[in-house]
Design a protein around this ligand. Sequence first.
Ligand SMILES: [Ca+2]
Length: 312
Amino acid sequence: MRILYINNAGIASLILRPLTWHSAARRILLSAIFFSSFAGLSAANWQLVWSDEFETDGYPDPDKWSYDLGTGQSVGLVGWGNNEAQYYTDRLENARVEDGRLIIEARKEAMGNSAYTSARMVTREKGDWLYGRIEVRAMMPAGVGTWPAIWMLPTDWEYGGWPASGEIDIMEHVGFNMGTVHGTIHTNSFNHMIGTDRGGSIQVDQVATAFHTYAIEWEPDTIRWYVDDQEYFEFPRQPHYGPDEWPFDRRFHLILNIAIGGNWGGQQGIDDSIFPQTMEVEYVRVYQRDEDAGGPQIPGAWIYFLNTPKVD
Ligand SMILES: [Ca+2]
């Protein structure tokens, strides 16, 4: 059975569909059409599909979070591809829930061959989404050498290794440039290695002393970046884009981390007097539109088509 549903964009398919019915009449039987109301399908029709409010003290919820550990050596990327200086752990010292918040703490502390520890938490295979509004309310660490990020990587790498399958940076901040928040995408055609990465930035007051809401709205034809609901960058999908430009039609997961040093965060060194430093996260909330989350909740907005067997 083939099921179509109506949405803001899908109204066009309703209008066009009858034109093709005649030629396809032998195969397609229109079973029923119900039009109730489109009034409820507003452009801002986001439904909460995943969240962590961080309400239970101690270890972060293992049903929602995993950890990338060590220096990246285990995945063939010492320094996590950026010459980063930290060693990631899953200890409470580096990641814990406290007073309703997730705390990621970077410490000056030797481990392995690293002089710093930190945490990199991922929702991989536990929270993976194709399209949606991803919203993280957080307070950044401060000081030269810190490089916190709220970002997304592809879960299945279907277009190939980085950057072919894409990267979406919801926010990045480097401590030598306090208050400037960056939102960026990386793809085969657009990435910093060839100087073509696409992104925007915005000044945020009290980035390390107050909570702000960092969000993207990722749709089939565009991605928009927000701080406290102020849009500061948009990356629209152009008609000629293929996967080299727009690999953002596969599921991605969320990553929260503080890197120390590295190609960007370490450009002005690391100030060892700043540690420990924390990124605090009040909540993560992921919304999807009805059509992204499995169809509209309004029964009358469904059309059913039956595919009948071919007779010839
Ligand atoms: Ca909370």
